[in-house]
Each structure stands twice: as C-alpha cells, then as structure tokens.
Design a protein around this ligand. Structure first.
Ligand SMILES: NC(=O)c1ccc[n+]([C@@H]2O[C@H](COP(=O)([O-])OP(=O)(O)OC[C@H]3O[C@@H](n4cnc5c(N)ncnc54)[C@H](O)[C@@H]3O)[C@@H](O)[C@H]2O)c1
Length: 251
C-alpha cells in the first residue's frame, strides 16, 4: 500500500478501540494524525506512544457532537500543519434501551454523537478541502446496525443508517472536487464500547462466521486502505468488516 507521508489526517474517537488502531496504522504509514477525542488523557498518551515510535501525532480535546468544536478542530489542524487531507469520523457511543423507554434525551444523545458529528465532520472538512484546493478523503464509521435492526438500538440503528447514506450522498456531491467519501460497517469489535460482560461478548462473537470478536486493527486496516491511492476508485461505499455477519443467517 502506498505511503501517506505529507498527509494530515484527523481521527475522531482516536484515543480508543477502532480509532486508536487507525491512528497507529496511519502514523506508521507516515501520516501526521490529530487524535481528536473527548478523553484527552488517553489521546495524549497515544500521541506519546506514536512519537516514541518515530511517528507524528497530536492530541486534541473535543466533543464531536458540537458543530462549533468540529469547525475549530479542522481550522486548528489546517493552521497548525499547513494543510488538511482527511478525516476519519469515527467517535461514537451506544445507549441500549427498549423503544418504549427511548425518551427524547436517550434518542438525541446517540443521534448527536453518532450522526450529527458525522455531518459536522463531513461539512467542515469538505469546505476546508475545497478552500485549500486539496483532493482529500473522508471515511465514516457506520455499523452492521446501519443495515439491520437490533433490539434496544432504535437510536443507534437510525444514526448508523444515516451515516451509510451520508457517505453516499457526500461522495456524489464532492466528486467534482476530487474528494472521496466512504465508510466502514464494523461487526462486533473487541473494544470498550461492548462493555465488560463475558456473556454478552460471547453471544455477540457467536454471530460471526468464525465465532470470535473482531480485533479493532482489522477495521483499522480497511480504513487505512481507504485513505490510500490504491483505493482511488472506491467511492460512496460502506465496507462491512463483519466476518460475514451481513451475508448469512445465524444458525
Ligand atoms: N466495537 C464495536 O463492536 C462497533 C461496532 C460497530 C460500530 N462501532 C463504531 O465504531 C466507532 C468507534 O467505537 P469503538 O468500538 O472503537 O469504541 P471505543 O469506546 O473504544 O472508542 C470510542 C471513542 O470515541 C470517543 N468519544 C465518545 N464520544 C465522544 C464525543 N462526544 N466526542 C469526542 N470523542 C468521543 C471515546 O472517548 C472513545 O475514545 C463508534 O462510532 C462505534 O459506534 C463499533
């Protein structure tokens, strides 16, 4: 895969899980990465780890559900590094509740963090790229639950389905500027978002073809590919990284 030296890429939710592994892979390929996360301590720790390996990364504290903060993040990145080539809109949360208990607060919490943040990331990133004349790349984290409904996930299903369509719609409108937009749809990935319960984790793992949770680096390698030149003909897609989940019926 081609190298990403001279590319400046923002990773939201970059301090943990899928985002963290993506930061490690992008920086290993030479990219300068801004680790944008609510968890500033973890972001700083990861930036130090990257620097100790000879890579370039900076920590940036943000709440991605706030549009003005996302705009400031993009402005800061481009002002600090002199350019801006890409964003991985990945930060997200889950909040499982039955639909009959899905009060407006619970609904909006997930929609704000998992859906509106992706709009802010696409909108402000694309405007900056066009202003700079950069033919950049945007990648968004959707989910298998953007395609299939899951119990207790009305809010999350709605947000992730929106992310799938935002990737297509943005790709359509930004193609004339040379900007590509894609997504990934992870299956059940072994990250803190799944919680601690071994029973829950085992039940999720069973739904994959190999009966195991997927390692976050497996999602990160697909995301990293999408940022490279080799993926220049991939546009408007959301690529499942789900060990077959969307392709078969669980026994
Ligand atoms: N783990 C899975 O099974 C799975 C499956 C499908 C999709 N996803 C999606 O992958 C993405 C990454 O999740 P993960 O599994 O790596 O979980 P994670 O909990 O390990 O990482 C999420 C990161 O996002 C950050 N974050 C949360 N809310 C934020 C906010 N408002 N502003 C800034 N940062 C915020 C957290 O601090 C954390 O570092 C999410 O969008 C999630 O919905 C995960």
């Amino acid at each position: 895969m081609s190298d990403l030296t001279s590319k400046v890429i923002v990773v939201t939710g970059g301090a943990s899980g899928i985002g963290k592994e993506t930061v490690l892979q992008l920086t290993a390929k030479g990219a300068t990465v801004v680790i944008a996360d609510f968890n500033e301590d973890a972001a700083k720790q990861l930036a130090s780890e990257v620097e100790s390996k000879g890579g370039n990364a900076s920590a940036y504290k943000i709440d991605v559900s706030k549009g003005d903060e996302v705009k400031q993040l993009i402005d800061w990145t481009s002002d600090t590094f002199g350019t801006f080539n890409g964003i991985f809109n990945n930060a997200g949360i889950g909040l499982v509740k039955p639909l009959l208990e899905m009060d407006p607060e619970s609904y909006h919490k997930v929609i704000d963090v998992d859906q509106h943040s992706v709009y802010y990331g696409i909108y402000y990133a694309a405007k900056k790229m066009v202003e700079l004349g950069v033919q950049g790349t945007i990648v968004n984290t959707a989910s298998i639950y953007g395609s299939v409904a899951a119990t207790g996930s009305f809010n999350y299903n709605a947000a992730k389905a929106a992310v799938v369509m935002m990737s297509k719609s943005a790709a359509l409108e930004l193609a004339e500027h040379g900007i590509r937009v894609n997504g990934v749809a992870p299956g059940f990935i072994d990250t803190p978002i799944l919680g601690e319960s071994p029973e829950v984790k085992a039940a999720l793992a069973e739904q994959h073809m190999r009966g195991e949770l997927i390692k976050p680096e497996k999602v990160a390698s697909v995301v990293t590919f999408l940022f490279t030149e080799e993926a220049s003909a991939v546009n408007g897609q959301t690529i499942p990284v789900d060990d077959g989940f969307l392709s078969f019926k669980v026994k």
